[in-house]
Design a protein around this ligand. Sequence first.
Ligand code: ZN
Length: 264
Amino acid sequence: MKIWIMTDLEGVAGVFSFEEHTTPKGRYYELARKLLTQEVNAAIEGALESGAEEILVVDGHGYGGINIEDLNEKANLLSGRPLLLPWALDRGFDAAFIVGQHAMAGVESAHLSHTESHTSIQNVWINGIKVGEIAIVAAVAGYFNVPLVLVTGDKAACLEAKSLIPQIETVAVKEGISHGAAISVTPTKARKMIKEGAKNALKKVNEIEPYKVEVPIELKVEFTEESKSSAEILSRKSYVKKVDTRTIKIEDEDLLEALKKWWL
Ligand SMILES: [Zn+2]
C-alpha cells in the first residue's frame, strides 16, 4: 500500500498565529515545524502499522513546514518551490491523507482559515461551489483515483472535509474560538489521536470513493482588494475571463489544466 500525505501548518495542535508560527520571521516558526513533523510522523506510524509500504510526504505550507531531519525514515519528502501539480499524485497511490489542515476562507469559528493565501485570496469556487484547500487536494487526488481518507486539523477543517466526503476519518486537534484563537489539545495528545485516526482511515480505505469533480470545470477566483492586481494580470491571458475588478474565471475540460492556468 502506497500512502500520499499533504501537509499544512495552520491546522497543527499548538500552532496559534500566522505571524508567530507560520512564517520564518515568527519566533515560534521552528517550533511549529517541529510540531507538524511530529504529527506527520504519527500519521506515518499509523499507516505503517496498517500495512503501508511506501509513504510520500508533501511539504504543502508556503514557507515549508516539515523538518526533514525529524521525519520518520520510512517516508520520503517532496518539497521545494514551485510545488508543481499534480504533486506526484500520478505515481499510483492507494490513499491520501492531509495533516495540519485549516478551513477555507470565510468560515465561522475557523482557526487561521484561508484559501491558498490569507492575504491575497478572498474566495475560490469550482463549478459554482465555494471550495478551500481540502476540496482542491481531494479533487486532484480524485483525478488520479486516489481517495482522501484522513484529514487532521482544526474542528472547522474536519467539518469541511466531512461535508465533501461523509465517510472520511477526521481528527480535530483544536477548536477555533475566533480566527486568531483556538483551544488546542497538547502535541502529545494530538499525536496519539492522529496515529489512531490514520489506522481507522486505512481500515475503511476500500469504502471511500475518490472525490471527483464534474467536467467541464469552471474555476472562479476572487482576490482580495489589496491583491486585485493579480486579477488584472491574469485577465490579460486569453484563457482567463474577467468577472469583476478582482475576480477571474477559467473554464476548461480538465481539472488539472484549469488549476495550472490559475497558478502559473
Ligand atoms: Zn493552507
